[in-house]
Design a binder for this molecule. Structure first.
Ligand code: KIV
Length: 281
């Protein structure tokens, strides 16, 4: 069944949790889709986990379109959400609509995601008016890392908590179909989730959210270095990959690989004839 903004909304209304994972390529998207994840996010986190940068800021529109294309090919059932990268929607409403359009038209996305509250509501409204569903993103918005001074929990003071709640209501009024809440205290995320008609999808925001999203390399143990507190490892694919690669190196070096079962045969007569031909010439 194809997941859409409406099926996600129905899940909130019926109390059925929404699952979202990031993916950046065809094969990963296919596996996630086959497992039945509701939504796949082509996050601009690809700048960190695929490209090795320290933050998401260098990611370009062309790269987002490229990765979105691969993911949407592999995931016919999931609701495909593509991130709008840094500076693809900040400059003008016109640019925001044109770039959102590229992610849908060229990339095959079903929706776009952009970061911010009241200050981006005019963008959200214009993109929704162009018939493109928008997922908002509040709390720790990684494109503002230089303003926050690092990747930190947001909304801990009364004023900041109140602003987050107001921003959530404003992005809903602007037409957003869902809101990602990142690194928000769980009791605050719970209040926001209960105050909104649209679903909240939390990452480091507790289980009061209507759904959860994780970066797939984090939850499969493939991230090296620092992993955030909220990133539970559900399976250690990182270690499984290391074991497999070490076994390949060892068996190739020893000659155990490739064995008969991984080799193609040819009629011995042909080989004999070839050898004779070579010797007589
Ligand atoms: O870019 C991303 O992967 C995200 C998630 C962390 C929500 O925005």
């Amino acid at each position: 069944m194809k997941n859409t903004a409406s099926t996600l909304l129905k899940q909130k209304q019926s109390g059925e949790k929404i699952t979202m994972l990031t993916a950046y390529d065809y094969t990963t998207a296919r596996i996630e889709d086959e497992c039945g994840v509701n939504s796949i996010l082509i996050g601009d986190s690809l700048g960190m986990v695929m490209q090795g940068f320290d933050d998401t800021l260098p990611v370009t529109m062309d790269q987002m379109v490229y990765h979105t294309k691969m993911v949407s090919k592999g995931a016919p059932n999931a609701f495909i959400v593509a991130d709008m990268p840094f500076m693809s929607y900040q400059v003008s409403i016109e640019q925001a609509v044109a770039n959102a359009g590229r992610l849908v038209k060229e990339g095959g996305a079903n929706a776009v995601k952009l970061e911010g509250g009241a200050e981006v509501c005019d963008r959200i409204k214009a993109i929704v008016d162009a018939s493109i569903p928008v997922v908002a993103h509040l709390g720790l918005t990684p494109q503002s890392v230089n303003v926050f001074g690092g990747f930190k929990v947001q909304g801990k003071t009364y004023e900041k908590a109140e602003k987050l709640l107001n921003d959530a209501l404003k992005v809903q009024d602007a037409g957003a179909c869902a809101v990602v809440l990142e690194c928000v205290p769980s009791k605050l995320a719970d209040i926001i989730s209960k105050s909104l008609l649209i679903p909240t999808i939390g990452i480091g925001a507790g289980n009061g959210c209507d759904g959860q999203v994780l970066v797939y390399t984090d939850m499969l143990g493939m991230t090296t270095g620092h992993t955030p507190k909220f990133a539970k490892i559900f399976a250690d694919a990182g270690q499984a990959m290391k074991d497999g690669i070490a076994a390949y190196i060892e068996q190739t070096n020893s000659g155990a690989f490739p064995s008969e079962e991984h080799t193609f045969s040819i009629d011995d007569e042909i080989i004999e004839k070839l050898k004779k031909g070579k010797l007589s010439s």
